[in-house]
Design a protein around this ligand. Structure first.
Ligand SMILES: [Zn+2]
Length: 408
């Protein structure tokens, strides 16, 4: 039983008083109290695993009721949960728990010139937590945020002139920086560190990084606005494997779904067996660092219903992104009255590349049972096309693997 936890009992159980306090707080939430009736403790990892898990909306229900406040300084409100609809709110104190991250992970040092390219504003958290980490590291910070398409060239020239050594952003944003630099022939030989958080790593990035900044290596964080940073990795770790922090207890459920429990008494969000929707496993990391590392195997909610059949969106996206010249792909599902009227696979291509969309479309149709069956009578409703931009969520700044649009 305890081998499904990131920490052994002797390391985790002395800190379960934090989980007990989270349980007490959750019990005061009218919408959640009934489900915790009859649950006590937890005093042991077994007791913790017996508690009902929280899913995304549960935590937002709890936070709306609890409205937690930091003991000292400010309480920050950030966007939390869901990729569509109105903003939901997560809370964090100034510092964003990054001292705990810094104790175990120091990708930056005093000599670094760090470009913080995570978007700032709009209640996004990543820019500010990266700034807090950089503050602890004592490096120089260029607080850039997001830029528009015609600003890349000028900023890249500025990076080169300033001898920028580090940059951080979501992989989608980093992909744009490196692809634009490569297309413009810009080289950043001083750039050694690429920090990322917010999405899975995109292996296609490595090719552009090798051309633009041959000495650059990736340094990853895994987390969410509810849990904050759960784990980190280094260039020696696989991109999908993270060393979890001691104040973050990770549990692998029988279905492979990960849930997270905070052991940090300062944490404002009552994170108690909280499921992000990510599946994963605990494993030894090939980098050799002892202890159990968390390998993230992708989101379990990436299966969408298409005319009564389940479409594994990630399989389609991964297949298409293997195609030379395709930088990123996205599945756009158009619906009318809840029924899919069409599916478009959108391709963001490398500058100058022209992938064979007709051949790709045929291959996807014949290789994907769900697509060939769902569009048996109207195969023309399945399309593959190149676009200038994928569909981004203006609210979260993320580009999801799939988007559903209601037809007018
Ligand atoms: Zn490792």
């Amino acid at each position: 039983m305890t081998d499904v936890f990131s920490l052994p009992p002797d390391a985790a159980e002395p800190h379960l008083h934090v989980a007990r306090r989270s349980l007490e707080r959750l019990r005061t939430v009218p919408g959640l109290a009934p489900r915790y009736a009859g649950h006590d403790g937890p005093a042991t990892l077994e007791g913790l695993a017996a508690l009902p898990p929280l899913v995304k909306d549960d935590l937002n229900v709890a936070l709306a009721h609890l409205e937690p406040q930091a003991g000292q300084a400010a309480t920050w409100l950030f966007q939390s949960g869901g990729s569509t609809g109105a903003p939901k709110v997560g809370y964090a104190p100034t510092g964003f728990y990054m001292a705990g991250v810094y104790a175990h992970w120091r990708p930056l040092d005093r000599d670094d010139v760090f470009v913080n390219a995570w978007g700032a504003g709009r209640m996004w958290g990543a820019h500010f937590l990266a700034a807090a980490l950089a503050d602890l590291c004592g490096c120089r910070i260029i607080a850039l945020g997001s830029v528009t398409r015609d600003e890349y060239a000028d900023w890249l020239a500025f990076f080169a002139a300033r001898g920028v050594t580090a940059i951080g952003g979501t992989p989608s944003v980093l992909r744009l920086w490196f692809a634009n630099a490569r297309a413009a022939g810009v080289r950043l030989p001083a750039l050694r560190k690429v920090l990322w958080l917010g999405e899975a790593w995109q292996p296609q990035l490595e090719e552009d990084m090798a051309a633009v900044a041959p000495d650059a290596r990736r340094w990853g964080m895994f987390g969410s606005t509810e849990t904050w940073v759960v784990g980190t990795n280094t260039p020696d770790c696989p991109a999908d494997t993270f060393h979890t922090l001691p104040e973050q207890l990770v549990h692998v459920g029988p279905d492979g779904l990960l849930d997270f429990t905070t052991l940090d008494p300062e944490m404002l969000n009552p994170v108690l067996r909280y499921r992000t929707g990510d599946a994963g496993e605990l494993t030894a990391c090939p980098c050799g660092r002892p202890g159990r590392a968390m390998r993230v195997l992708g989101r379990r909610d990436a299966v969408v219903q298409l005319r009564g059949l389940g479409l594994h969106v990630d399989e389609v996206v991964v297949r298409v992104e293997q195609e030379p010249g395709v930088a990123r792909a996205q599945v756009l599902i158009t619906e009318r009255g809840g029924r899919a009227t069409g599916v478009d696979v959108l391709l963001l291509t490398d500058p100058g590349a022209r992938p064979d969309t007709g051949r790709l479309r045929k291959e996807l149709l014949s290789a994907t049972f769900t697509l060939s069956t769902a569009f048996q009578h109207d195969p023309e409703s399945f399309r593959v096309r190149t676009v200038d931009e994928l569909v981004s969520n203006d609210r979260t700044g993320k580009t999801a693997a799939f988007v559903v649009r209601e037809e007018a």
